[in-house]
Design a protein around this ligand. Structure first.
Ligand code: PMP
Length: 415
């Protein structure tokens, strides 16, 4: 596989960008190789500067659910750009996206758009603290909710990948406002609440874990979390930045039959452009400025191009029930065959999946690196870390998955 142009670009990137990237996991440090500089994407494929094509399972970290450069999304972005790219005032696409999200997830009576998942979670936590008048929050071990200071406490995602227990630059007093609960253990959570209950503003949950490999949801655990938080008057925040609109036209909260107080969204709802959002019922959202005393603002929030890309994406997803189910089945097919081939080759490969999300772990960085390299050499682009989730988009076909499996078989034979 040719890589001359890529090597040159990475040299330039490293000269001017920290680690050659704008977000750590993109650096491919975990897999010990140069990352690919991406020239373009179309559907399920991405292309580098040496003429190589890859089947993409990163798919913009889950955001590009329709595949890259979907014609309808591109068309609507083009039309929106012509009207002016930003005003810092309310525009119609904002109203439309808010209404669409409300119709899909009725518990979101009011929504506030921001520019990233990180901002959404930060603001939801502030709102929960303001609403309850309490300071402590609970997050689960190995979950990731963005890079807010107090959330970089034993977080998963890039941090685990880089082997850093927490980030420098986070004041100890901030970290003290977050309690870490072990995963899916309602009794442990109950114990934390019996000690700190009246001080806890909120519990933050990723209903489907996506930042320490894929962890399927445990509905009975989630419903215990709902009971406990209710009993103590704490807010339940579902972080659905990855999972919102990923498995069906709506939230995991609905699939689980649980009503959290706040839901954070991101990724998919912006049609691949930068976005975050948080919402809940009128009562809690009414505490937000300008109606209430919890402050949160942003120059670029609700950007009309982003909103329009989101509206078009959701319009397509609304009638995509069959497609959701097709990519769920394809994911299962991919993962089960991968697992079976691992067994055949005596490789201890640990897979997990939920809907169109999956992850592949070897419990050995050395093995993962080898596996990853062979996949990439054979035109398959997985997330460059065992702890990140891989995704299928609506653009992935049976043929793509079969081609992927051929690369997987090659790799597993050589491990
Ligand atoms: N919450 C979850 C569950 C996430 O997976 C992420 C990022 N992948 C975030 C929050 C932060 O989102 P962003 O990277 O858009 O700030």
């Amino acid at each position: 596989m040719k890589s001359r142009n890529n090597s040159r670009l990475i040299r330039d990137a490293s000269r001017y960008l920290v680690g050659g990237v704008n977000s750590p996991v993109r650096s491919f440090r975990y897999v010990g190789m140069d990352p690919k500089v991406i020239r373009k994407g179309k559907g399920a494929y991405i292309y580098d500067y040496d003429g190589n094509k890859y089947i993409d399972y990163v798919i913009s970290w889950g955001a590009a659910i329709l595949g890259h450069a979907h014609p309808a999304v591109v068309k609507s972005i083009r039309a929106a750009v012509k009207q002016g790219v930003h005003f810092g005032a309310t525009t119609v696409p904002e109203i439309e996206l808010a209404q669409r999200i409300h119709n899909a997830i009725p518990l979101i009576e009011k929504i506030r758009f921001v520019n990233s998942g990180t901002e959404a979670v930060m603001a939801a936590v502030r709102l929960a603290r303001g609403f309850t008048g309490r300071d402590l929050i609970i997050k689960f071990n190995n979950s990731y909710h963005g890079h807010a200071d107090y959330l970089l406490v034993k977080a998963g995602s890039g941090l685990v990948t880089l082997g850093i227990p927490a980030s420098l630059g986070v004041p100890r007093d901030y970290a003290k406002t977050v309690l870490i609960a072990p995963g899916a253990d309602a009794n442990a959570l109950e114990r934390i609440f019996s000690k700190y209950g009246k001080q806890i503003a909120a519990v933050l949950v990723e209903p489907v874990g996506g930042n320490y490999g894929v962890t399927p949801p445990d509905y009975s655990f989630l419903s215990r979390v709902r009971d406990i938080t209710k009993r103590y008057g704490a807010q339940l925040i579902f972080d659905e930045v990855i999972t919102g609109f990923r498995f069906h036209y709506g939230s995991v909260a609905e699939l689980a039959g649980i009503t959290p107080d706040l839901i954070c969204l991101g990724k998919i709802i912006g049609g691949g452009l930068p976005i975050g959002a948080y919402g809940g019922n009128n009562e809690i959202m009414g505490n937000l400025a300008p109606l209430g005393k919890v402050y949160q603002a942003s120059t670029f929030a609700g950007n009309p191009i982003v909103m329009q890309a989101g509206v078009t994406t959701l319009e397509i997803l609304e009638s995509a029930a069959k497609e959701y189910s097709r990519i769920k089945d394809l994911t299962e097919y991919l993962v089960l065959h991968l697992k079976e081939q691992g067994k055949k080759n005596n490789v201890d490969v640990r897979t997990s999946f939920w809907g169109s999300m999956f992850s592949v772990k070897f419990g050995s960085k050395r093995l993962f690196r080898k596996f990853y390299r062979i996949l990439l050499d054979n035109g398959v682009y997985f997330a460059p870390s065992e702890f990140e989730a891989d995704f299928l988009s609506l653009a992935h076909t049976q043929q793509d998955v079969d081609e992927t499996l051929r690369a997987v078989y090659k790799a597993l034979k050589k491990l």
